[in-house]
Every structure is written in C-alpha cells, then in structure tokens.
Design a protein around this ligand. Structure first.
Ligand code: RP5
Length: 160
C-alpha cells in the first residue's frame, strides 16, 4: 500500500471515502484505518512510527473538532502528512481546520479544505506526490485532468 488513510472516528468515513475514491480512480493502492489521537493514542504512535518501514509513502489524516490526529501523526513520522478537516456539527469544521492548519514551525502538515472537497483533493495531492517518482500515476493524473477539462468544455450550457 502506498497511501495510508487514517481518521479519528468511523464517523469520519463519509468524508474520508472521497480520498479513497480519488485514489481508486488514479490506480493508487491504499489502506484505511480508524486511529484516534485521543482515544487510541498508543495505536497512533505505533501506526505512524511503523508506516515508513511498511512501505507507505504518504499519509492522509482526517479528523474533526479538536483535530490533533494529522499533527501528532506528522510528529511520529518523516512521511508527508496531508490533513483533512472533517466538518464538525458544532462549528462546521472551522475548529477542525484551525486545529490542523496552525502547526508550529518544525513539523509540517499539508492542510486541505474542510469536508469532502478536501478529502478528494488529499487523495489527488497524495497521488501527485507519488507521481513525481511514478510515471504510471503521472499519466493517470494527466488523464484525470484532461477528462475534467473536456467534460466542462463539452457541456458549456448550465441549463442542460
Ligand atoms: C474526532 O472527533 C473524530 O475525528 C471525529 O470527527 C470527531 C467525532 O467523533 P465521534 O464522536 O463521531 O466518534 O476525534
């Protein structure tokens, strides 16, 4: 598996499945797992510390509320970590976004948009990172882009 998709709770899956779907579309292998920074802190350490040796190249971490998961994961691994702020009920994901994006200097987390767009783009960005060393993935991304552009150009009328 090239990408690890982790999330703080099973309740994050409806959001995080968009990252998985994007990777499916681009032919990139991945694993999925619930790993909570708060509820399973030892599992988080074990997962992040072992990820590189297991062959994972990029980690996508989604969490909501006081969303420590991406930052703590990044603290335990030198792999690139992409954080997805899950849309929380109480604060619509503003809490998740600020928790993930405001990393102090020295430990980097690449933060995506709140919700499903962020999750899909995390899958896309993970594939783009892999594509720098994988010509097949690069071709899949270029095809994805071309199809996306053609779909819009071939359907210019918003009323159709
Ligand atoms: C976070 O708390 C999870 O990432 C989730 O977004 C949020 C709520 O979790 P549940 O109470 O639904 O399990 O840790």
């Amino acid at each position: 598996m090239k990408v690890g998709i982790i999330m703080g709770s099973k309740s994050d899956w409806p959001t995080m499945q968009h990252a998985a779907e994007m990777l499916d579309q681009l032919g990139v292998s991945y694993e999925t797992k619930v790993v909570s920074a708060h509820r399973t802190p030892h599992l988080l350490a074990e997962y992040a510390e072992s990820a590189k040796d297991r062959g994972i190249k990029v980690i996508i971490a989604g969490a909501g509320g006081a969303a420590h998961l991406p930052g703590m994961t990044a603290a335990f691994t030198p792999l690139p970590v992409l954080g997805v702020p899950v849309q929380s009920k109480a604060l619509s994901g503003q809490d998740s976004l600020l928790s993930i994006v405001q990393m102090p200097k020295g430990i980097a987390v690449g933060t995506l948009a709140i919700g499903t767009a962020g999750a899909a783009n995390a899958g896309l960005l993970a594939a783009q990172i892999l594509a720098t060393h994988d010509e097949k993935v690069m071709e899949a991304i270029e095809t994805f882009r071309t199809n996306q552009t053609d779909t819009i150009l071939n359907n210019p009328n918003p009323q159709d």
